[in-house]
Design a binder for this molecule. Structure first.
Ligand SMILES: *Cc1c(COP(=O)(O)O)cnc(C)c1O
Length: 450
C-alpha cells in the first residue's frame, strides 16, 4: 500500500467512524456512552476506554496470615494431627446443605474420588459435556471408561440435558454434568433422567461455588458434587478440592479412597479395608479456606450486581448474547461471564479481531475452550494398549465415527469470556466493558480494514 492509498484509507476510516458516531449520538443524545462510541478505536490509534487494571486475585488479609501462622506454630500440618481440614469440611457442608463433605488435594482428585466411590471402571460409559475443562474427561480416562459426549446447548453453554436420555446405554455407569462458568446445568431434567434410569450423577461444580438451582446449592443435588479450590476459582487456596454427598455409603468409599484405604469415622485407626490413593488436603489449605470463606458471600453479591448491570448494558448491543440461565437457575456463580459473539452484527469483524480491539481498549477476554474431542489426548488414550485390551479396535473406531457435536463446534467459534475477577470491581468497570464493545460495534467496518 503506497502513501496515498494509506491516506485515503485513514480518511475513510475517520469519516466512516464519524458517520457511525453521528447516528449513535442521535439515538443516545450526547451521553458519555455515545462519546465513547464516537472516539477512535484504540487499535486504530485512538485513546483506550480504560487504562486501569481490573481487580487482582487471589486476595488475602490479616486473618488469612494469622490462620497460616497458627498451623505453622502448632506443627500439625497433616489432617490427622490437626483440626483445620475437618473444621473446613464441616463448614463447607453446612454452607452447601450437604450431609457430608470430604476435602481433597484438588478438584481433579474430587472427581477421581467420586468415580472410584461409584465403582466406575473399564467397560463403563460416562456421560460428559464437551464444553468443559479437560479434567472432567481425564478422570474418566483414568478409570479406563469411555467418555460419551452429549452436545452443548449453545444458549446456556451447558450440556444439552434433553439429549442425555438418547446417549444412555446398558453400559452407562454415571453422568457428569458440569455447571460451566458457574451457570447451573438443567438439573430438573438431569435428576429426572437419573431417577428414571438409575444412572448416578456426579456434579462437576468446580466453577460453581454458591450457585443455586431452585434455591439449593449446586454440588449438593447429585449423588456427589465436586469442587475445586485451585487459585483461579471463586473460593481458593492455591490447590484444593471437595466432594459433597448425602450418601453414607459413598462417603465411606470416598474417604477410604482418598487416604489409602483408611476407614472413615472419628478416631478410626488405619484399617486398610479398601484400596485407594493419597489425595488428602493439607492443614494449610483447610485453614486458609476457612478464612477465604468469610468473604465468599460478599464477593458473590458483588459479582451478581456487576453481572446484572453488564447484562443490561449488553442487551442494547446487537451481536453479543450473554449465556442464558435456565428457569430453575436461581443463582449464577459467575466464575466466567460468558457471551456469544456474532460477527454478522459487527460488519463481519472476526472474533479474534474483536477480542484484539477489546484488549486494546483495556478489556481482556478469552475465546474459551476449543473442541476437546479434537484434541490429541483423546485418541492417544483410547488407542492405548489398555483401552484396546478392554474395548477392541472396532469399538474405538466406531466411537470416533459416531462422535459429532455440531452445536459445540459452533459455540467454540463464537464464545467470549471474561474471568470472575473482572466482576469484582465497580459498576463503572462494567460500563467500561460495555462502552468498549459499543465503540468496537460503531467502528467495526474500519477495524475490519485496519
Ligand atoms: C478447575 C476445574 C476442574 C479441576 O480442578 P483442579 O482443582 O484444577 O484439579 C475440573 N473441572 C472443571 C470444570 C474445572 O473448572
Amino acid at each position: 500500500m503506497d502513501g496515498k492509498e494509506m491516506k485515503r484509507r485513514e480518511f475513510l476510516q475517520v469519516s466512516m467512524g464519524g458517520a457511525a458516531a453521528c447516528a449513535l449520538s442521535g439515538a443516545l443524545s450526547a451521553t458519555p456512552r455515545a462519546a465513547a462510541a464516537a472516539a477512535e478505536p484504540a487499535l486504530l490509534g485512538g485513546d483506550p476506554v480504560r487504562t486501569a487494571s481490573f481487580p487482582s486475585w487471589p486476595v488475602f488479609e490479616g486473618n488469612d496470615e494469622e490462620a497460616w501462622r497458627r498451623v505453622l506454630d502448632a506443627r500439625a500440618w497433616f489432617r490427622f494431627n490437626g483440626g483445620a481440614v475437618s473444621a473446613f469440611e464441616e463448614k463447607y457442608a453446612e454452607l452447601t446443605g450437604a450431609r457430608h463433605c470430604l476435602a481433597t488435594a484438588n478438584g481433579t482428585s474430587a472427581l477421581y474420588t467420586s468415580l472410584n466411590a461409584l465403582d466406575v471402571g473399564p467397560g463403563d460409559e460416562v456421560i460428559v459435556p464437551p464444553y468443559t475443562f479437560v479434567a472432567t474427561i481425564n478422570v474418566v480416562l483414568l478409570q479406563h471408561a469411555l467418555p460419551v459426549f452429549v452436545d452443548t446447548d449453545r444458549a446456556s453453554m451447558q450440556i444439552d440435558a434433553q439429549k442425555i436420555r438418547d446417549a444412555i446405554t446398558g453400559d452407562t455407569r454415571c453422568m457428569i454434568p458440569v455447571h460451566l462458568g458457574g451457570l447451573p446445568a438443567d438439573m430438573d431434567t438431569i435428576l429426572e433422567i437419573s431417577e428414571e434410569t438409575g444412572v448416578p450423577v456426579v456434579e462437576d461444580a468446580c466453577q460453581a461455588h454458591m450457585a443455586e438451582w431452585r434455591g439449593r446449592k449446586v454440588g449438593s443435588l447429585g449423588d456427589t458434587g465436586c469442587f475445586s479450590f485451585q487459585v483461579s476459582k471463586n473460593l481458593c487456596s492455591g490447590e484444593g478440592g471437595a466432594v459433597l454427598t448425602d450418601r453414607d455409603d459413598i462417603m465411606e468409599r470416598a474417604f477410604a479412597f482418598h487416604t489409602n484405604g483408611r476407614a472413615w469415622g472419628p478416631g478410626s485407626a488405619p484399617t486398610n479395608s479398601y484400596n485407594g490413593a493419597n489425595l488428602r488436603m493439607t492443614e494449610f489449605q483447610g485453614a486458609l479456606l476457612q478464612e477465604q470463606m468469610t468473604r465468599l458471600e460478599e464477593q458473590c453479591q458483588t459479582r451478581d450486581r456487576n453481572a446484572a448491570h453488564l447484562t443490561e448494558r449488553l442487551d442494547d448491543i446487537p451481536g453479543v448474547t450473554p449465556a442464558r440461565m435456565y428457569e430453575g437457575a436461581t443463582r449464577n456463580a459467575y466464575h466466567l461471564y460468558m457471551f456469544r459473539y456474532d460477527p454478522e452484527a459487527f460488519q463481519g469483524l472476526p472474533r479474534n479481531r474483536f477480542m484484539q480491539a477489546l484488549r486494546a481498549e483495556g478489556v481482556p477476554s478469552s475465546s474459551g475452550y476449543s473442541p476437546l474431542y479434537d484434541q490429541p489426548f483423546l485418541r492417544e488414550a483410547l488407542y492405548s494398549r489398555g483401552y484396546l485390551n478392554v474395548y477392541g479396535r472396532e469399538r474405538i473406531d466406531r466411537y470416533f465415527d459416531e462422535l459429532h457435536c455440531p452445536e459445540n463446534d459452533q459455540l467454540c467459534t463464537e464464545a467470549v469470556w471474561f474471568p470472575q475477577t473482572m466482576l469484582l470491581g465497580s459498576e463503572s468497570d462494567m460500563d467500561d466493558i460495555a462502552d468498549a464493545i459499543e465503540k468496537i460495534h460503531a467502528h467495526a467496518e474500519a477495524l475490519k480494514e485496519g
